[in-house]
Design a protein. Structure first.
Length: 137
């Protein structure tokens, strides 16, 4: 017998996986930087993790609240959310990273490690939302 996934379970799983996961990824990321004697906080790493987490939550909530009325459009809304994240990167992070006319690997990773993790968790949550029965609550 296939176990039914409830809407509440999808929401709780998303928030749990995103927040705890980003904290664990952040700890691992900063640990690696410290072991390589790289300045940990020079690349706005805290802001990058916070921005990616906040954007992921915002995108998920938009998808969640529109899951019934715009069910056929959720994929496009999800893609728009990814473009929004890139926009945030190019508006707020890229000018800082490129101030010396070069973007280091550390700067690139400071934004894109939490971006990739958040994108993965958002994708799983969207799949779960789409697999919910239309009449679930």
């Amino acid at each position: 017998m296939k176990k039914k996934t409830s809407t509440l379970k999808v929401v709780v799983n998303f928030f749990t996986q995103l927040i705890i996961g980003l904290l664990l990824v952040f700890c691992a990321h900063t640990y690696v930087l410290e072991t390589k004697n790289v300045p940990v906080y020079d690349a706005k790493i805290i802001l990058a993790y916070f921005a990616n987490g906040l954007l992921a939550i915002t995108i998920f909530l938009v998808l969640f609240f529109l899951r019934k009325k715009q069910r056929d459009q959720l994929g496009f809304l999800f893609m728009f959310g990814s473009f929004l994240k890139f926009g945030v990167f190019f508006i707020f992070f890229y000018p800082f990273y490129n101030a010396d006319n070069t973007m280091s690997r550390v700067e690139f990773m400071a934004f894109f490690i939490p971006y990739i993790y958040s994108l993965f968790i958002e994708t799983l949550a969207l799949i779960r939302l789409l697999n919910l029965p239309e009449k679930s609550e």
